[in-house]
Design a protein. Structure first.
Length: 205
């Protein structure tokens, strides 16, 4: 878990409540893709989901609470990809980690694109001060996990320097993927390959 749902009600525990909670998030993601951040509302979400407003307010205080939960869900799904990637490659040495950065970027991108309204979720996490903490905490979590994977193979490198380097590459990786939404004419293959080469370069020595 990367952050607490500070703007939300208690997380659902029972299966039926969890299904309702996930339905509301799925519908909100779909609506985001259709109407954007400014026009989405709790009333629109309820109408599309076939639920009454009190059902939504059991879990969310307002639309920003819904957006926060969407961001957390997306970040956690991305983090699951990262953890599986680390499990596959961390024990095989620095070269294996470096050689498979592009694989990680592609798998992360695939999970992101499978999320309803993903680009609008990302825009909300960048554009709203109320939501920025979700993105920042997630990127710090990713940085920490990658530092743990790299550090045993780089005993000569200062841990603070390694953290800074990885933190910058995390921003580069996520930024490269987000750029593909804004520049649809670009080749995803070329973007991922170029970004991966840039991310590998700093640890080549």
């Amino acid at each position: 878990m990367i952050a607490n749902l500070s703007n939300n009600r208690a997380s659902p525990k029972q299966e039926r409540a969890q299904q309702t909670y996930e339905l509301l998030l799925d519908v909100a993601g779909e609506l985001l893709a259709e109407v954007g951040i400014d026009r989405i509302s709790t009333n629109l979400i309820c109408t599309r989901a076939g639920l009454t407003p009190p059902a939504l307010y059991r879990y969310f205080k307002d639309k920003y609470s819904v957006l926060e939960a969407l961001g957390l869900r997306l970040m956690e799904r991305q983090n699951a990809v990262l953890e599986a990637w680390i499990a596959r490659h961390a024990g095989k040495g620095l070269d294996d980690l470096q050689d498979n950065i592009e694989e990680l970027m592609r798998e992360n991108a695939a999970v992101t694109r499978a999320e309803p309204g993903a680009i609008w979720i990302l825009r909300a996490l960048h554009g709203s001060p109320r939501l920025a903490h979700v993105r920042i905490e997630s990127h710090r979590y990713v940085t920490g996990k990658l530092v743990e994977a790299y550090a045993p193979h780089l005993p000569q490198m200062n841990r603070e320097d390694l953290w800074l380097y990885v933190r910058l590459t995390v921003e580069l990786g996520f930024g490269a993927d987000a750029m593909l939404y804004e520049e649809p004419g670009l080749s995803a293959d070329a973007v991922f390959r170029t970004a991966a080469n840039m991310m590998r370069g700093g640890l080549a020595t």
